[in-house]
Design a binder for this molecule. Structure first.
Ligand code: ZN
Length: 228
C-alpha cells in the first residue's frame, strides 16, 4: 500500500441516482470527482443540484458546457433539448413514445469522463444507470461492456479504467433507500425534465421520482408544482 486511494470519476447530473452513486463511492473509500455536462437540456437547472451535491459531499466537479459550443442543435430531436418536442409523461411513455432519448448522450458523457479519469488518475468511471433505464439502448449492459472494451483500446497506454455501473440491476426505490442510509440530501437533487424552478410533478422523471419515494417508504422532500 502506498497510501494513495483509488479515484472514481462519476457522471453527476444532480439527479437522485447519480447523487446516491457519488455518496456511495465516497463511502466505499474512493476519491470521487464529479463531472456535469450542459448539453442544451431544457432542465439545465440540474447543474445547480450537481454543484450543491458536490459541495456537500466535498468533492471536485468538472462542469463542461457543450451547449455553449452549439451541441444542442444536433440533439434537438430529443424532447429534453428541442423546445417544440413534447415532454414525456408516464402515460405517453407506456403508450410507446420515447421522445426523451438523447442520441449518443452516454457515448459523449462517458468519453469525457474517461478523459477526465486519465487526467485525475482515477481507476474507475461510474455512471448511475439503473434497471428503469433499460428501454434506452445506451443504458443497457451490452453497451456498457462494449464501451469499456472500446476505452481499453482507446487508452491502451493508461493501464485500464473500469466502467462501474453498480445500480444496473437496482430499482429506484432501492437507490432511495441506499441514499437514505448514506445521508444524501435528497431535497438538493433534481429530476424534473421541464425546466422550471420547481419539479413539475407530471413529467416522466417526476413520476419516476415520486414512485421511487413511495415504494421506498421514505418521505419525499420534493416540492412539486402539481399533484398527480
Ligand atoms: Zn417534472
Amino acid at each position: 500500500m502506498n497510501g494513495k486511494r483509488d479515484g472514481a470519476v462519476v457522471l453527476l447530473s444532480g439527479g437522485l441516482d447519480s447523487s446516491v452513486l457519488a455518496y456511495s463511492l465516497a463511502a466505499d473509500g474512493l476519491d470521487v470527482t464529479g463531472l456535469f455536462v450542459h448539453y442544451g437540456q431544457r432542465h439545465s437547472r440540474e447543474g445547480q443540484s450537481a454543484d450543491l451535491i458536490a459541495k456537500k459531499l466535498g468533492v471536485p466537479l468538472f462542469t463542461i458546457d457543450l451547449a455553449a459550443a452549439g451541441v444542442g442543435a444536433i440533439l434537438a430531436r430529443s424532447s429534453l433539448v428541442g423546445g417544440d418536442v413534447p415532454l414525456e409523461t408516464a402515460a405517453s411513455t407506456y403508450a410507446g413514445m420515447r421522445t426523451h432519448f438523447v442520441p449518443n448522450r452516454n457515448v459523449i458523457f462517458l468519453s469525457l469522463a474517461y478523459a477526465a479519469a486519465v487526467t485525475v488518475g482515477a481507476s474507475v468511471v461510474a455512471i448511475a444507470v439503473s434497471g428503469i433505464d433499460a428501454p434506452t439502448p445506451d443504458c443497457r449492459p451490452e453497451f456498457m461492456r462494449a464501451f469499456e472494451a472500446m476505452e481499453t483500446l482507446a487508452l491502451s497506454t493508461s493501464g485500464g479504467i473500469r466502467l462501474a455501473v453498480p445500480f444496473l440491476d437496482a430499482d429506484k426505490a432501492a437507490i432511495v433507500k441506499r441514499g437514505q442510509s448514506l445521508g444524501v440530501p435528497f431535497a438538493d437533487t433534481w429530476s424534473c425534465f421541464a425546466g422550471q424552478q420547481l419539479h413539475c410533478g407530471v413529467c416522466l422523471a417526476c413520476d419516476e421520482r415520486r414512485t421511487a419515494f413511495e415504494q421506498s417508504g421514505i418521505t419525499d422532500p420534493t416540492a412539486y408544482a402539481a399533484g398527480r
